[in-house]
Design a protein around this ligand. Structure first.
Ligand code: SAM
Length: 319
């Protein structure tokens, strides 16, 4: 369960300020002529910084609105910026589609953008009464409403577990089942009422935060996408390439951390360096974690829960 959840999580900051940008640029050091994938284009903040450093960028996003913004950025950056709409888990196919067989860097800035959150019609926020949608890709197969109507109580409890404690998850699941039996679970407002979160928040975290986060992550299969994207990125990176993952939620950060540690090469620092054979042909020689500076957290409260993990890849023969 996340121990550090801001008011609403998994998004970039106000004015779409890219989170942990300075740390990303210093650690991953994109260079002129390099090939980078930005799997979470959003408002293009990280992609623009990569382009300013002279890199070529393949940007991806599941949201068609991001595609429109990328088209505007292409006016400035021309053919150095490509955009493929889709899930970053499919980054190998996207890269192959534009003739790239390896890349120098991959950045994933997980979650949703403040633009998605602040659009009432998308249903990501408990601040408005809106349709229970929550799809990053509006053509995606499953909405939040579908899951709330169709999942059994145990599956609902498992769904909420990603962001809530077991007792709270079961309480949420029961509340959903009761509300739908009464036929009053059509909108985000109904959901807030059903889970008893309509009362004012006593602390910094609104009571609906964890339930909305868990539901959104399930609708978009966010953990599944990350699980598929991490090995895809490792395969695509050339020797010397960097993988950067920014997460806002503890379960995502845990998966990124474990992936980097599991693929640390023997002889590299860290606990997996001493792992048993077989010796992998490629992996990370180093991994590090970065947190937002106090200054960034003050300027942009939404950055407070962000974590950046970077892994530096090498193949065995380059060690
Ligand atoms: C936090 S925002 C990224 C903000 C961006 N780095 C910027 O500087 O503007 C996350 C974006 O990634 C997209 N996204 C999240 N998961 C995705 C996935 N599995 N595949 C493709 N896009 C995804 C969301 O639609 C959203 O636009």
């Amino acid at each position: 369960m996340s121990n550090s959840i801001p008011a609403e999580v998994g998004m970039d900051g106000p004015q779409h300020e890219p989170v942990l940008l300075r740390e990303l640029l210093e650690a991953a050091a994109p260079k002129e002529g390099e090939y980078w994938i930005d799997g979470t284009f959003g408002f293009g903040g990280h992609a623009a910084a990569l382009l300013e450093r002279g890199a070529r960028v393949l940007a991806m996003d599941r949201d068609p609105e991001a595609e429109q913004r990328a088209a505007l950025l292409r006016v400035t950056w021309g053919e150095r910026l490509s955009f493929v709409r889709g899930n970053f888990a499919e980054m190998e196919a996207a890269a192959a589609g534009i003739g790239w067989d390896s890349v120098d860097g991959v950045v994933l800035d997980l979650g949703i953008s403040s633009g998605q959150l602040d659009d009432p019609s998308r249903g990501f926020s408990f601040r408005w009464d809106a349709p229970l949608d929550m799809r990053m890709d509006p053509a995606g197969p499953v909405t939040a409403g579908d899951l709330l109507q169709e999942l059994g109580e145990e599956d609902l409890a498992r769904l909420f577990l990603v962001a809530a404690r077991p007792g709270e998850s079961r309480r949420l699941a029961r509340a959903v089942v009761r509300a739908r039996e009464r036929g009053c679970l059509q909108t985000t407002g109904d959901f807030v009422t059903a889970i008893g979160a309509a009362r004012p928040s006593r602390g910094r975290i609104h009571p609906a935060t964890r339930a909305f986060l868990a539901l959104r992550m399930a609708v978009n299969d966010e953990l599944g996408s990350l699980e598929r994207a991490l090995p895809a990125a490792l395969r695509l990176l050339s020797s010397g390439g960097r993988l950067a993952v920014i997460s806002f939620q503890s379960e995502e950060d845990r998966r990124a951390k474990h992936f980097l540690r599991e693929h640390l090469l023997r002889g590299a620092e860290g606990p997996s360096g001493a792992q048993e054979s077989p010796e992998p042909e490629e992996g990370f020689v180093r991994q590090a974690r970065f947190l937002p500076s106090e200054e960034e957290s003050l300027r942009n409260p939404r950055a407070r829960s962000a974590r950046l993990r970077v892994g530096w890849k090498k193949t065995k023969e380059d060690l």
